[in-house]
Design a protein around this ligand. Structure first.
Ligand code: NAD
Ligand code: LMR
Length: 338
């Protein structure tokens, strides 16, 4: 057999493979948009046993895409197969929130899943595996998975707040009448929930070739402190109300952005948002939480951007979302000890 790329394939797991996010995500991964145009891929698709017939349909479609980088697709409901020798794990599978449901309602069902999958990572995956948790409540699920895989560095775990980050960039871009790539360095602090704090104090907007702070570009502090924040905080619920399903296309796009940045690094002078392990030494946020910070990535290693000035308005919002995460963590640990 001959292949267009001779590189060793990497093994990438997507859980919830029969679901709607996976359906929007798998094509981009398999065609090289995330791990590179020369990187062959073995895709492992995990879902629960009753969904395997649906996963088989997804496998057929991936085959029918005739993508040269896709070496193999492995459908499974068996954790020993699904988590074996992984280079990357994208943990999407969980029970999604329906209209009217609070994210906390999901906590009990979902932390049990992420405890089991953390255990499977510990047992079967490479110790270098990069794990991205998407299933909600994403931050707390990620913390539970990391705690359940003690021999894998906590730094290898992150959760998705890039969708919120992209939502915030896009809102500012639309308000200024510029393209979304003219906005950089927005920050999502904290939880992927309605307490998150979308912060543009350090964001830059390129307006007709002139780079300026977001407050100068928008020229409407009341909007930035009011509707802008609540629109981003409540966007997930608004999409659910409209679609009767949670966001999928935009979530898949954000997953690609997040993983591509882990693999290839962030752009010089720019930062993005992701939920990472808080060690208790950044911006006064308590340790042992997965908290979304401004992040730069180089050589597959992230660091929190230090030293940004924080005013009282921001401080209060950063602390409120941290408090929610502490409560979520303690509730999750209670559930798991019962
Ligand atoms: P979906 O219901 O369409 O698909 C979920 C899939 O996960 C289903 O096929 C289900 O069978 C599977 N699943 C359930 N338990 C599993 C397990 N133990 N192992 C493997 N697979 C399992 O949902 P979706 O729209 O794809 O959303 C998936 C998750 O992503 C939800 O929790 C949703 O709330 C979350 N989400 C997060 C973000 C974010 O930005 N962090 C954005 C959108 C959605
Ligand atoms: C989103 O932000 O779109 C989702 O996380 C909403 C949800 O709760 O599924």
């Amino acid at each position: 057999r001959t292949f267009s790329s001779q590189a060793e394939p990497i093994r990438v797991l997507v859980t919830g493979a029969a679901g709607q996010i996976a359906y929007s995500l798998l094509y981009s991964i398999a065609k090289g948009d995330v791990f590179g145009k020369d990187q062959p891929i073995i895709l492992v698709l995990l879902d629960i046993p009753p969904m395997l017939p649906v996963v088989d349909g997804v496998v057929m479609e991936l085959q029918d895409c005739a993508l040269p980088l896709l070496r193999e697709v492995i459908p499974t409901a068996d954790e020993a197969v699904g988590f074996k020798d992984l280079d990357a794990a994208i943990l999407v599978g969980s029970m999604p929130r329906r209209e009217g449901m609070e994210r906390k309602d999901l906590l009990k069902a979902n932390v049990a899943i992420f405890k089991a999958q953390g255990g499977a990572l510990e047992k079967y995956a490479k110790k270098t595996v990069k794990v991205l948790v998407v299933g909600n409540p994403a931050n707390t699920n990620c913390l539970i998975a990391a705690k359940s895989a003690p021999s894998i560095p906590k730094e290898n775990f992150s959760c998705l707040t890039r969708l919120d980050h992209n939502r915030a960039s896009s809102q500012v871009a639309m308000r200024c009448g510029v393209s979304s790539d003219s906005v950089k360095n927005v920050i999502i602090w904290g939880n992927h929930s309605s307490t998150q704090y979308p912060d543009v104090h350090h964001a830059k907007v390129n307006v007709n070739g002139a780079e300026m702070g977001a407050y100068d570009a928008v020229k409407d502090d009341a909007w930035l402190h009011g509707d802008f924040i609540s629109t981003v905080q409540l966007r997930g619920a608004a999409v659910i109300k409209a679609r009767k399903l949670s966001s999928a296309m935009s979530a898949a796009k954000a997953i690609c952005d997040h993983m591509r940045d882990i693999w290839f690094g962030t752009k010089e002078g720019e930062f993005i948002s992701m939920g990472v392990y808080a060690a208790g030494n950044s911006y006064g946020i308590a340790e042992d939480l997965i908290y979304s910070f401004p992040i730069q990535i180089k050589n597959k290693t992230w660091k929190i951007v230090d030293g940004l000035s924080i005013n009282d308005f921001s401080r209060a919002k950063m602390d409120a979302t941290a408090a929610e995460l502490v409560e979520e963590r303690d509730t999750a640990l209670d559930f798991l000890s019962q």
